[in-house]
Design a protein around this ligand. Structure first.
Ligand code: NAG
Ligand code: NAG
Length: 428
């Protein structure tokens, strides 16, 4: 029987072969009751946000102040509900952040307090787009449950306030200092419960959150508690071109039921709006934005922000994002990075008449539809530059997998789950 299975495995295509051998032979694979705990960190927009309005809040329209003094309510929980309750414009206002140059940090509007509910649960966040309700690592969670993981026991989730960008060591962030403390204690609790180190998973923006979390912990702590990082399609501060398009035009959040220009105003107030713009390290002097008058490369991002009418962001960009772009310290823990490739991905935006309110003409290159291949390759190169990290770095490129497809397409999810089993198997 064992021999037959072994022969069968030989004739299967490699990814399937690995999945079968791992999931059908849990004992051989060294998993089962021996699982290393997992913490899932989802991508942008996934985590819920709750708000509480105090007397200090000065709403632009009286009805937006209706919840004053009424305690916590779901501000970002159910996008369809916003329109149903005629709350969309109030939502757009109460979500806004302001940059405070005195502390070089972002915060909520005066009188608006926010918090992220359900910290700790792998089921505590979900996609708000009714057309794609399962785009927030649901399938990965289900795949892990199939191989024996249980929410609250071996499986956890760490939702975060995605309006803010995670800081690199040395930077202040009130919101993330609290979040990193919570995540640290979650990892310690999970680890002590099972006497095992913890695997932390991040998809997309969550990949950057995970990486910056680990880099902000003491090395001795990492060695004691971190088994492995699994980063799937991480969006890192090396930058991606699509961020330039989003900051110019606004995010693709039509399901909220707001106009594009009002979504853009909200988005531009977020710290997330100006993080991940193309960095010189990856994009060099390549013309990224082309207009009749002049071209913008990664060196010209400040001028680009001014050109799109967002000069206010130059100071926070310079003071918070440029240091982040230039920071590159490896985490010194085992890392597996999984990316999709072979999908057309914007590499150049043409706004010939400098009309940034319209969609640009786009020239395409390689990537996962969101992350440029050159950003992925620069990350791989940086990880391998440091010999001690190189030994514990694995890069997996999956042809034909899109940025979100990696966590929604069945075949890609199997491949991702395979990496969890692989990480469990490695002895350390
Ligand atoms: C979201 O809100 C809509 C409209 O109010 C409602 O029909 C739907 O059931 C809600 N969905 C969830 C998951 O609560
Ligand atoms: C901008 O870049 C394009 C494409 O590389 C090039 O053909 C063009 O001459 C450049 N324009 C200016 C004004 O430098």
């Amino acid at each position: 029987m064992r021999l037959l299975l072994a022969l069968l495995l030989l004739v299967l295509p490699p990814p399937l072969r690995e999945y079968f051998s791992a999931s059908h032979l849990p004992k051989d694979a060294g998993v089962g009751s021996e699982l290393h705990p997992v913490v899932l960190v989802p991508g942008l927009l996934c985590s819920d946000l709750e708000a509480r309005l105090t007397e200090a809040y000065k709403p632009s329209a009286p009805r937006c102040g209706a919840m004053k003094g009424n305690g916590w309510f779901g501000l970002w929980k159910n996008a369809s509900d916003l329109a149903a309750n005629d709350y969309v414009d109030c939502f757009l206002e109460q979500m806004r952040l302001v940059y405070d140059p005195a502390i070089n940090d972002y915060r909520n509007l005066p009188g608006v307090e926010t918090r992220v509910p359900n910290f700790g649960s792998a089921r505590g966040f979900h996609c708000k787009d009714p057309l794609h309700p399962k785009q927030c690592v649901d399938y990965v969670r289900e795949g892990l449950e199939r191989v024996g993981y249980r929410d609250g026991d071996t499986l956890f989730g760490a939702p975060y306030d995605w309006r803010y960008a995670p800081p690199v060591p040395g930077q202040q962030s009130q919101v993330y200092s609290r979040y990193f403390r919570q995540l640290k204690s979650l990892v310690e609790t999970a680890s002590k419960k099972h006497h095992k180190k913890v695997i932390i998973f991040g998809h997309s923006y969550g990949g950057m959150v995970v990486l910056d979390f680990v880099r902000n912990t003491p090395l001795a702590w990492r060695n004691e508690y971190i088994k492995h990082l699994i980063l799937v399609a991480p969006v890192l501060s090396l930058g991606i071109l699509i961020q330039a398009q989003i900051i110019a035009f606004g995010p693709n959040m039509k399901f909220v039921g707001a106009t594009q220009s009002s979504l853009r105003t909200m988005w531009r107030s977020f710290e997330t709006g100006i993080v991940d713009l193309p960095s010189p390290k990856v994009f060099g002097h390549m013309p990224l934005v082309i207009t009749e008058q002049r071209n913008y490369s990664a060196y010209d991002m400040e001028d680009f922000l001014v050109a799109i009418g967002f000069g206010d962001s130059v100071e926070p960009f310079r003071r918070r994002m440029v240091p982040k772009m230039r920071y590159f310290k490896v985490p010194m823990v085992p890392v597996t990075c999984i990316n999709g490739v072979g999908i057309r991905t914007a590499k150049q935006l043409v706004y010939w008449k400098s009309d940034y309110d319209r969609s640009p003409e786009i020239a395409y290159g390689d990537g996962d539809g969101t992350v440029n291949l050159i950003s992925m390759l620069t990350f791989d190169k940086e990880m391998r530059r440091q010999p001690a990290q190189k030994k514990q770095f694995k890069s997996v490129k999956i042809h034909g997998a899109e940025h979100c497809g990696l966590i929604t397409e069945e075949w890609a999810v199997k491949r991702v789950v395979q990496e969890f089993l692989e990480a469990n198997r490695i002895s350390s």
